[in-house]
Design a protein around this ligand. Structure first.
Ligand SMILES: *Cc1c(COP(=O)(O)O)cnc(C)c1O
Length: 468
């Protein structure tokens, strides 16, 4: 591609995106293609000859776009949000164009130093203790894996890096913990059986007494407890495990405490929500995702550790071809995580934080919290619906109820209702189960969601509930 074509289509792509965001509500939130439909429109062989950009761009619109689920639609209430924002996207364009591979300081000093500075900003923004160091990971799943590996090494005095795991270790998390915990335990070589699921209370938060009982039992049986993973804002219902008592127990038993605040961590930007992280100073590591609720497009997870030397000792490598004369003076983030190569992700965080200001981000969060209150009130005003979990932030777990129905019938009723709402294209919600009870789950957090969208989804629920 020559420079002029690049310029032309560069402008065209940005114009297209600006229009897309402007008119996004004309698209159905959840893609309506059938399985195999997109593949059916794509050639099975790559082109031998160069194709004009015009054709490629047209096919993007005609073939690809219908198969896109519109995460930036204000009717997005599924899973958690994954917000993009104009400043974030502009930074991504620059990151891609610079094409810098930022594995270590020398391969782009600005990438390393900006990452240090922006993560230090973030640390202060959410009120983590001073002295903790931050690094960007691709996802919370990777950060949690890093925590498990570091915990494994600390528990074995760095012997498992050398000889592999000789004696069994154990990991503890609540039944509501994210699936990435189980995945991480398996990848870390601890074995699925090493994972102890701790029961939760009526608010779906981990019961510290149960944790202590399990730790004690393992210790008696000669199993070394390695890591506890507490969740601030579980995926199903944003339940928050009590960090203060959990932290004290972990300190007593000398167990690594990792806090997974993938979604809810952003809420700690609000002084009135800081209490969610009460006790976090007892933890050893912490992750939250600016790529969920902080206007920074996927992927960008902020991982913080109390003692970075344990992290680097777990991951560091010193092949001759990567040695530089500066290694003692600078950070080489390749030693702070799993992969060697690293994208320049700090740039988009820097653009976002400067472009909105911390107060601008807070304003969005407060509006989302207000909207959650509005939806909650609508539900409470209708005896045909019930709320199944405390609304700690902006996720509401609810269902339609009908006299005399058992759990299976309620599940069928509510999954039908959910499908009808989603098929409308105006909103997209997902579901979960809480202590065996099926419920719909409305997660507010898309940057452009307003009260109008909350009322639209409520009207849809009401209208469709007459047809199930
Ligand atoms: C979303 C989520 C994750 C996984 O996030 P990724 O960044 O996609 O790996 C982990 N934990 C919790 C609590 C989550 O909500």
């Amino acid at each position: 591609m020559d420079r002029e074509t690049f310029r032309l289509f560069g402008h065209k792509c940005i114009d297209w995106l600006a229009d897309y965001w402007e008119e996004i509500e004309k698209y159905p939130v959840r893609s309506q293609v059938k399985a195999g439909e997109v593949k059916g429109k794509l050639p099975s062989e790559p082109p031998e000859e160069a194709e004009p950009m015009e054709n490629i761009f047209n096919d993007f619109q005609d073939v690809i776009l219908p198969g896109i689920t519109h995460w930036q639609h204000p009717g997005w209430f599924a899973y958690f949000p994954a917000n993009a924002s104009p400043p974030s996207v502009l930074a991504e364009v620059l990151t891609a164009g610079l094409g810098a591979q930022c594995m270590m300081w020398l391969t782009s000093p600005a990438a390393t130093e900006l990452e240090e500075v922006v993560l230090e900003w973030l640390r202060g923004m959410i009120g983590l203790p001073e002295g903790w160091a931050g690094v960007i990971q691709d996802t919370a799943s990777t950060a949690t894996l890093c925590a498990l590996l570091t915990a494994r090494e600390r528990a074995t005095s760095f012997d498992s890096n050398q000889r592999g795991l000789i004696k069994p270790l154990a990991v503890y998390a609540s039944r509501e913990a994210h699936s990435s915990v189980e995945k991480g335990v398996k990848i870390a070589g601890l074995g699925r059986d090493a994972l102890r699921y701790i029961s939760t209370d009526e608010d779906f938060a981990l019961v510290p007494g149960e944790l202590e009982r399990e730790l004690e039992r393992d210790r008696r049986e000669g199993v070394r407890p390695a890591c506890v993973i507490a969740t601030t804002g579980t995926t199903s219902s944003t339940a928050c495990d009590p960090l203060e008592p959990i932290g004290r127990i972990c300190n007593t038993y000398g167990v690594w405490l990792h806090v997974d605040a993938a979604f809810a961590g952003t809420a700690a930007l609000l002084p009135e929500k800081r209490h969610l992280l009460h006790g976090v100073e007892h933890a050893d590591s912490f992750v939250f995702n600016p790529h969920k609720w902080m206007l920074t497009n996927f992927d960008c997870s902020a991982y913080f550790v109390k003692d970075s030397s344990l992290l680097t000792r777990t991951f560091e490598i010193h092949p001759e071809y990567l040695k530089t004369g500066l290694d003692a003076q600078v950070k080489n983030f390749r030693d702070w995580g799993i992969q060697l190569g690293r994208r320049f992700r700090a740039l988009k965080l820097w653009f976002v934080i400067r472009s909105y200001g911390v107060e601008g981000i807070r304003k969005m969060l407060r509006e989302h919290l207000r909207l959650a209150g509005v939806f909650q009130q609508l539900l409470q005003s209708d005896p045909g619906f019930e709320i199944l979990a405390p609304v700690n932030l902006t996720v509401i777990c609810f269902r339609m109820k009908r006299e005399g129905m058992d759990e299976d019938e309620l599940e069928r009723l509510n999954s039908n209702l959910l499908e009808r709402v989603n098929a409308s294209g105006k909103a997209f919600l997902t579901h979960t189960k809480l202590q065996g009870r099926y419920c719909m789950r409305l997660a507010i957090g898309q940057a452009n969601t307003t009260e109008r969208h909350i009322r639209t989804v409520w009207d849809l629920l009401q209208d469709e509930s007459a047809h199930v």
